[in-house]
Design a protein around this ligand. Structure first.
Ligand SMILES: [Ca+2]
Ligand SMILES: [Ca+2]
Length: 343
């Protein structure tokens, strides 16, 4: 829940600066204007969330696809959009299939994603989702009763473009926040294993120098005799990390390593996946820049090599390598992680 308040904070920030709603007449104050499918849309002046009208689709006898939709254009250089909508179901009875409910569906980048699925009778609720655009410049939002019966009410529909800068902040805050919550619940053996230099990146010395829950695997390894194996059964942060000093003459850092994934299923957000990250701090606590990602992995992949070089942010004294399944499920293997400081 904490995460949402953070995301909300960012969004109210962007709203203050007038990020444009890409959806026209999302408030239904101009009746059916700008929506396609006006013959199935009822404007409801009695049960509404904002202003004096809401949108309503109802069907009581024969379940079929009954929906409205609107196409929208995404501005250039928009890495992600945020969709929000107030929704309410009234006696929605699920149809033949599990997905036959009151739904909002986003069509973008060649795929359909459900924003919300409702059944039964609910109060007004706000749904919000941040979705990467994958460089798509257009999309279509559908609101429908998907082969089910009942009444679906909706109001204040918004699609707000998120700038690259804001998106990075949201991802960073989310990871940091969730990681902090989960580290609170994990015993911290790092106190006695804190190292000055990066060590045992190939896991040939077992768990030495690393903090977190993992095992050493001698069968599935990329290099030598052993690799790290991280398992996440629930959508928690399961990961390992190692913190070490940055030499004073270092200008850039190159981090490389091999990762292999087994059935990693993305969590709520696209960045909730298997990951290899680096953190820069002045003292182990205060960040000197946002975390950088060397790799995100999802699904099942064979061993794959990743490498990235970063300029060391000003005042950075310490850095931390994290290998984790960040609020997703599955298995992540890591081997031969190398850190090179370049003058
Ligand atoms: Ca309204
Ligand atoms: Ca190894």
């Amino acid at each position: 829940m904490k995460k949402f308040s953070l995301i909300l904070a960012f969004l109210s920030f962007s709203m203050i600066f007038g990020q444009k709603n890409l959806i026209k007449n999302g408030s239904f104050e101009s009746d059916a204007m700008s929506w396609r499918g006006e013959n199935v849309l009822t404007i409801n002046p009695y049960v509404k969330k904002t202003g004096s009208k809401s949108g309503n689709i109802y069907e009581y006898t024969s379940p079929s696809w009954k929906g409205i939709d609107q196409e929208f254009t995404i501005p250039k250089n928009t890495p992600a959009i945020e969709i929000s909508a107030w929704v309410k179901a009234d006696a929605v009875e699920k149809g033949k299939n599990n997905w036959n409910k009151a739904v909002i569906v986003l069509e973008m980048a060649g795929k359909n994603q459900n924003i919300v699925e409702l059944e039964g009778t609910t109060n007004w609720q706000l749904v919000k989702k941040i979705i990467p655009t994958e460089n798509s410049r257009s999309g279509r939002l559908m609101i429908a009763l998907s082969e089910c019966t009942g009444s679906f009410l909706f109001d204040d529909i918004k699609i707000i473009p998120i700038s690259k800068e804001d998106y990075e902040k949201i991802v960073d805050e989310d990871i940091k926040n969730k990681e902090a919550i989960s580290l609170q619940n994990t015993p911290n053996p790092a106190q006695n294993t804190l190292t000055k230099t990066f060590n045992n990146g190939n896991f040939e010395n077992g768990k030495n120098s690393w903090r977190g829950n993992f095992s050493i695997d001698n069968d599935l390894k990329k290099e030598g005799n052993s690799a790290a194996k991280i398992i996440s059964e629930t959508k928690n942060w399961e990961g390992i990390d190692q913190e070490f000093n940055v030499p004073s003459n270092a200008k850039t850092i190159t981090i490389s390593g091999w990762l292999k994934s087994e059935n990693i299923i993305q969590g709520e957000n696209p960045w909730n996946n298997g990951l290899l990250n680096v953190e820069f701090t002045s003292d182990g606590k205060n960040k000197t820049a946002q975390d950088e990602s060397i790799a995100f992995v999802t699904g099942s992949t064979d061993w794959q090599f990743y490498s990235k070089t970063f300029t060391i942010p000003q005042n950075t004294q310490r850095t931390r390598i994290m290998i984790a399944i960040g609020f997703a499920t599955g298995i992540l293997y890591a081997d031969d992680i190398q850190v090179k400081f370049n003058p």
